[in-house]
Design a protein around this ligand. Structure first.
Ligand code: BEZ
Length: 243
């Protein structure tokens, strides 16, 4: 029977291929604020322990359905080309699909040819042939879940944003047919990091440099001390420019 690990030694995907039972009842429940389950696995850049890989960085763990597929090719190319933007925010990227490392490596050559702007591909991809990480992070749809123990598994487009304390901070889930939005991924990283640094919240469609929201837990008196001027639209809706 699969055992859930939260803060304990990482699960080895090799061991799990032999012993794992993909039971819905025992599947970890990952929530915002929970510790990202740890695991050890093979990637295109060698073996990793996931928590060691995260280290002191923010990390985006994301899955894609399969190698040599069109939407995934555009997504991985775009994320790779944006590596300098992620680096400047102290964010690491790591991809995943339930395919072998050797196949990932062949596909990366295509991605470099057509989707990275001619640059080298920039981050590791997990070869989750054992389906352990896909199971651990629930990166499959109904059909995929039934096939975890044998059969075709196309992982969905899951995104987990994990902070340096290893806490899950944001979860996005897209179906296979819908490519993600790289600008949105960068935007939510900026929003999370600013919220942590300045104790604010961000309104609808916020982007870097726009006014932010003072949380209702901060009194007007404290808001004045902390942010200086602010605009009160309603007692519970107050904006500040953070200038
Ligand atoms: C794709 O990445 O292109 C894709 C994968 C699975 C289903 C549909 C599209």
């Amino acid at each position: 029977m699969f055992r859930q690990f939260i803060r304990v030694p990482a699960i080895s995907t090799r061991a799990l291929t032999r012993s794992i039972t993909f039971s819905a009842a025992n599947q970890p429940r990952i929530r915002i604020g929970s510790i990202a389950p740890n695991f050890e696995t093979e990637t295109t850049q060698g073996k990793i322990n996931f928590h060691d890989f995260i280290g002191d960085s923010w990390t985006i763990l994301f899955s894609h359905p399969a190698d040599f597929t069109p939407v995934c090719t555009t997504e991985l190319g775009a994320f790779s080309a944006l590596k300098p933007e992620f680096d400047s925010r102290n964010v690491k990227l790591i991809g995943l699909s339930a395919e072998p490392i050797a196949k990932h490596k062949e596909w990366i050559k295509d991605i470099e040819e057509v989707a990275t702007g001619g640059k080298e591909f920039q981050f590791p991809i997990i070869g989750d042939e054992s389906r352990e990480v896909s199971y651990l992070y629930d990166m499959v749809d109904e059909e995929g879940f039934k096939n975890l123990s044998g059969g075709l598994v196309l992982t969905i487009r899951s995104v987990y944003i994990i902070d340096p304390s290893k806490k899950v901070r944001l979860i996005m889930t897209y179906p296979a047919s819908t490519g993600r939005n790289s600008a949105e991924v960068l935007r939510v990283i900026d929003a999370l990091q600013l919220a942590d640094k300045r104790g604010i919240a961000t309104p609808i469609d916020w982007t870097e440099g726009q006014d932010v929201i003072i949380p209702p837990t901060v009194s007007n008196e404290d808001a004045k001390k902390k942010f200086g001027d602010f605009k009160e639209v309603k007692p519970y809706l107050r904006y500040t420019s953070l200038k």
